[in-house]
Design a protein around this ligand. Structure first.
Ligand code: ZN
Length: 149
């Protein structure tokens, strides 16, 4: 038990130093078709930024799957609409759409987390960006603002 606790705290220390400039964010998603965050900030002093998506619910992916996609706010509805016809196999996302800046895979119970790392040069400071879920119907509630500074 003791050895395990030490290993965990060493890991925590290691990730704390890697992410010293807050080049990551964790967004939780739930069985209530929601994200727990309405906004997060990407600091362009980070070369790369990591978004970790967790799913704290108990419903499986085919019922309450969630992903996290980042695009310009102007492109989000079109990406979600296009994604709907792709089916669950493709995570309800046409992943080669150039308007998609970054996306995680879609997860649902028993999967607890996934993450995506992307190059912050894809974002312009002060631009109008959003994050959202492309599971059919979820975008009405599952969306938020990505602030870029
Ligand atoms: Zn969702």
């Amino acid at each position: 038990m003791f050895a395990k606790a030490v290993a965990v705290s060493l890991l925590t220390l290691a990730s704390a130093s890697v992410f010293a400039a807050e080049c990551s964010v964790t967004v939780d998603s739930t069985d209530q078709m929601s994200y727990t965050s309405k906004e997060f900030t990407v600091d362009k002093s980070c070369k790369e930024f990591t978004v970790k998506l967790t799913h704290s619910g108990n419903l499986p992916k085919n019922v309450m799957g969630h992903n996290l996609v980042i695009s310009k706010t102007a492109d989000m509805q079109a990406i979600a609409t296009e994604g709907m016809s792709q089916g669950l196999d493709k995570d309800y996302l046409k992943a080669d759409n150039a308007a998609i800046i970054a996306h995680t895979k879609m997860i649902g119970a028993p999967e607890k987390e996934t993450e995506v790392k992307f190059d912050t040069s894809k974002l312009e400071a002060g631009g109008d960006y959003s994050f959202f879920c492309t599971f059919p119907g979820h975008i009405s509630m599952m969306k938020g603002k990505v602030v870029v500074k």
